[in-house]
Design a protein. Sequence first.
Length: 465
Amino acid sequence: MFIEKIGERNFESLVLKNTRYVNNSAIRSKDLTIFKSKIVLRSSIQKLIFSKNDDYFYNSVFKPLVLDASIRSESASGGSGDICLDFIFSLVEESLRIKNSYGHIHFKNLLEEKMNMIKSAILSNTKKLEKTDLDKILKNKLSNKNRKILKEALSLSGGTYTIIVEKSQKRETSISLQAGSCFSSPSDINDYIFGNQWLYNKVNCLVVDGIIESVSEIHHLLEKAAETSLPFVIFCRSISDEVSHTIKVNLKRGTINLIPVCVGLDENTLNILNDISIVTGCEIVSSTKGDLISSAVKNRVDIVDSISINEKTISIHSSGNENKIKNQIRYLRKKKENIDKREYDNLFDKRIKALMQGKVKISAGTSLLSKDPAAIEEIDSFLRNLKSLISFGVVNISNMKKSLKISDNFDKIIIEYLCSLPNVTSSLGLLVGIKYSFSCLGMLSSVGNCLIEERKNNNVNKKRY
């Protein structure tokens, strides 16, 4: 084991050497690159992760610093990581030149000044995402085949459900909607599931907007549950102690598999049974409509694809109700917008979130992946960027460049990089990518001395002063 001290000038020399290595490699190229003969990548961040270099400084100091900034950027806004990485490698040489000519304090102030200028230019040229913008981004980011797949998934999602992409063993690529909703479990649920996860398919379900006061009201249901051993769930406001005791005794004996979910009645659960009714497809049994629970248990029980219950959540998946769920979400959003009292916003948000737990799944088939090995990476990258596109809009790069003044070579490099971006780009992605790149450049330019501890097993640790 030995410890090597790297002085400021030597540190900068190594940074520049490794910057040139990256710039001359395939890491920053947007073309596909193969690693270890089987890993095919397009993302610059992932290429940097898999890149190998015999230089211990590259592996233990330089690469981790750049990756840390890029990954933190990507976590803050999907799609910004590559922007961050590109800005670092484009500006690091000029950054060190400015720092050596005018000092670190001057460079630090310069970065702050440039960041404020860029932020102002981005915000003043940002607009809400429109369909034409989305089409342009899809065209720039994805191949024709992947664009077609994603458009179909977006259409199926309707702006409501999460879209995920995963590898499939089947030949053809498929897109499916898996509707689902997730509600908070009542505080007494463990009295019936005994601390375990309750998960069953083809669950018999009944929704009662009222209190089940006597065992005789659900006698027929209890008998059927005992005879068939099928899973049952009753959603209701409450049940009496008598009903609760009867169900608990029979659950412990194993004679029935029936869970009562008592949602209560307060401002948070006032409309929950209506939402559950829509998700499950079950018609609500209500005394206000003249319904009798004893009659409803005989002919108003519906089959739900699957229900999962634990001490925190109740997840419901039922096919065939997707349009009803979408319509309910739209109704709640519209009602939230039209209501005057903002204190109810949280209640609407909770209901909407509970209904939006379904997902659209893209199963990438072997036929697609054999022709385009990076298809999953490409689609996933766009999906990570989509949220910030919708929430924060897009910036017109051409207009943004016009509002930026070129006062030095640093500005010139920034403008040159902006020219390489699509004209319609995520506002948040660009802002976050530049912010984290400037943070990394400030760090690289502030290093005085660096100690490298190298051990015989070739594991390298670093410490920066």
